[in-house]
Design a protein. Structure first.
Length: 619
């Protein structure tokens, strides 16, 4: 039954391009779509449900409201649709999984002596960004490789400014010591230009230029310089050696195909630059169940290339989107040059796309195999714990607690939760110890366990505590008999009866309340490995929280000594920057734009840190 307000909106839909948003009765956006003619497209949803696709039919059962945004052109509607999907992540849209987390490689051209860094998103800051990459490790491997070929500095800007002598990187040949003025700005930036061309996939050009400079150095009897250039040429040739030559000598393209698995499309992209396969990426689209290949192609192209810094002139893909004309216009505007999107039917390009498809299918099958092995391992671990600990049933929810402090200061505790044998990070909790002074892990554990289970009693009336409402099937205390005894005492005082054990790190033995004998699990058992994973997560989570508090305390103390920085400005700095390293790396403009700050105050902060040669620390 449609509401009168919705009926009015349907009647007032314009005959123009635009974007529409389907909402449930809570106002949550369920779906974002694009229309060439809003009136025709939106009204097509509100017809006999038997004529709708299954996924659309399921969505329309929840649609209670609708909004639309009219645009001037179809291309504008296309771009707006992609932006809103990325922002809102509607349940029924096809979405690029965790695309915000994919890292980029940043070449800092805005610095006199540029560096290579990992960045989480591109910014308009003068740097050149490459990516996104599907794994941070791929970015680190790329940086490591390039630093073997080219002498690139990797020190932070504060260390660079304050360096009294060249570091170890210079002595092992990985840096030219620009901090000491031993290489001029123009020469260093020329080297970084080679790095940029290498990252663009133009290794042929880089090699030719290095060979030319090598020959010139040899003719001028500059043998040391010639040896360095020779090593760079050899390194580049080693990198290029295994690359598969793809379809022509100068071709530049991306080839894209996918394999389906349940509600996901596992996408593979092969990058071809100057006729060589220069890299590949594996990404995942979710929400594809029931979608046509054309829909998958459109969703991927829009969401992937909206962030990509390198768009080739040619894109091969498994299916052409319905809006391929508008998509092509948008890609052209993003690239600043012609772009063609096509489905090759024969020849080398079709063979290349078939190879990409095969890789996508192999990745899917390998993923399924690993998931099956992991599920079996998890089930074996839970079953092993049930038998070894005498539990009535498999432990659906397990909780582990750990204490962290430094000589009794900044004492904190962590609560880590595994659901069905897997980390459930949405349930993790951290505690600041309130009632204990000094390094007393026993009393700290007593306080934390008491607070956790008292929160359970209050959860029904306090929405902020609702995640404490579930009673665990198993509690693990990181520590031996001492910590376990205090935890048991806290639970008994509250009247909570839950199986609880202590896991002592020295021998990896389990201790049970009121039992003199430890429970010793087989070292290679899935049960012990699961408990170790649970305990290690609790330790990591507690240590991370403790370091954050300690760093904030030290930073807060330091800012008290900076002239012109009062409570309000200190608060603004602490909110904007997690540690001293971040403040030192910021510009005067960045600091000056913070609430309550001025350019003079920002200069005062940076001048104080430089003058006192304060070193940054993330811990």
């Amino acid at each position: 039954m449609r509401s009168p307000q919705l009926e009015e909106k349907l009647k007032s839909l314009p005959q123009s391009p635009g974007v529409y948003l389907m909402k449930d009765d809570d106002g949550q956006v369920l779906y974002v779509g694009k229309a060439v003619v809003l009136k025709n497209r939106v009204r097509s949803y509100f017809q006999d449900s038997a004529r709708l696709a299954p996924k659309v039919r399921a969505m329309m059962r929840h649609v209670m409201d609708m909004e639309y945004i009219a645009t001037t052109t179809e291309v504008e509607a296309l771009i707006l649709e992609a932006t809103l999907i990325k922002q809102m992540k509607p349940h029924y849209n096809i979405r690029l999984k965790d695309d915000k987390a994919y890292p980029y490689l940043r070449l800092t051209w805005e610095e006199d002596f540029p560096r290579l860094l990992i960045a989480r998103k591109p910014a308009e800051d003068g740097s050149r960004y490459f990516g996104p990459y599907p794994r941070a490790q791929a970015v680190r491997d790329t940086i490591r490789l390039l630093r073997k070929i080219f002498p690139i500095r990797n020190c932070t800007n504060p260390k660079f400014r304050n360096a009294a002598r060249p570091c170890l990187e210079y002595h092992i040949g990985h840096c030219q010591a620009p901090c000491q003025g031993w290489v001029d700005k123009e020469t260093y930036r020329a080297t970084m230009k080679q790095v940029e061309r290498f990252l663009e996939g133009r290794q042929d050009e880089v090699e030719k230029d290095l060979v030319r400079r090598l020959n010139a150095a040899a003719e001028n009897l500059e043998f040391e310089k010639a040896a360095e250039l020779r090593n760079q040429v050899q390194a580049i040739r080693e990198v290029r050696e295994p690359q598969k030559v793809a379809a022509g000598t100068q071709r530049e393209l991306d080839a894209i195909h996918w394999a389906l698995r349940d509600d996901e499309a596992l996408v593979q992209i092969f990058r071809v630059r100057q006729g060589r396969l220069s890299g590949r990426e594996a990404l995942t689209l979710t929400g594809v169940e029931g979608a046509k290949d054309e829909d998958i192609a459109q969703a991927f192209l829009l969401q992937y290339y909206s962030n990509a810094q390198d768009i080739p002139p040619e894109i091969l893909i498994a299916a052409l989107p319905d809006d391929v004309k508008e998509l092509t216009e948008w890609l052209k505007s993003r690239r600043g040059g012609t772009v063609s999107v096509k489905v090759p039917q024969r020849g080398e390009k079709a063979a290349l796309l078939a190879m990409v498809k095969k890789n996508a299918e192999m990745a899917r099958d390998e993923g399924l195999r690993k998931e099956a092995l992991q599920e079996r391992h998890v089930h074996d671990g839970l079953l092993g714990l049930q038998h070894a600990l005498g539990l009535e049933h498999l432990p659906h929810r397990m909780e582990c607690y750990d204490i962290s402090n430094t000589q009794g200061t900044e004492s904190v505790a962590s609560m880590v939760v595994f659901t069905d044998g897997k980390p459930d990070k949405s349930q993790y909790r951290r505690f600041k110890i309130r009632t204990v002074e000094g390094p007393n892990d026993f009393q700290s554990m007593y306080e934390v366990i008491g607070r956790r289970f008292r929160h359970r009693e209050l959860a029904e009336d306090n929405p902020g505590l609702k995640r404490f409402a579930t009673l665990p099937d198993l509690v693990i205390i990181d520590g031996g008999r001492g910590q376990l005894g205090y935890a048991v005492r806290a639970m008994q005082e509250i009247g909570v009866e839950v199986p609880v054990f202590g896991l002592a790190k020295q021998h990896e033995w389990l201790f049970e309340p009121d039992s003199p004998n430890p429970i010793i699990l087989d070292r290679d058992s899935a049960a012990l490995k699961m408990l170790q994973h649970l305990r290690d997560e609790a330790h990591r989570f507690a240590i991370t929280f403790h370091r954050q508090l300690r760093t904030r305390r030290n930073l807060k103390s330091l800012l008290d000594d900076v002239p012109g920085i009062g409570p309000k400005r200190k608060k603004a700095l602490l909110r904007a920057y997690p540690n001293l390293e971040a403040i030192q790396s910021a510009s005067v403009d960045d600091l000056g734009n913070l609430p309550g700050m001025s350019r003079t105050a920002a200069e005062s902060v940076l001048e104080y840190l430089r003058k006192n040669q304060v070193r940054g620390s993330s811990s």
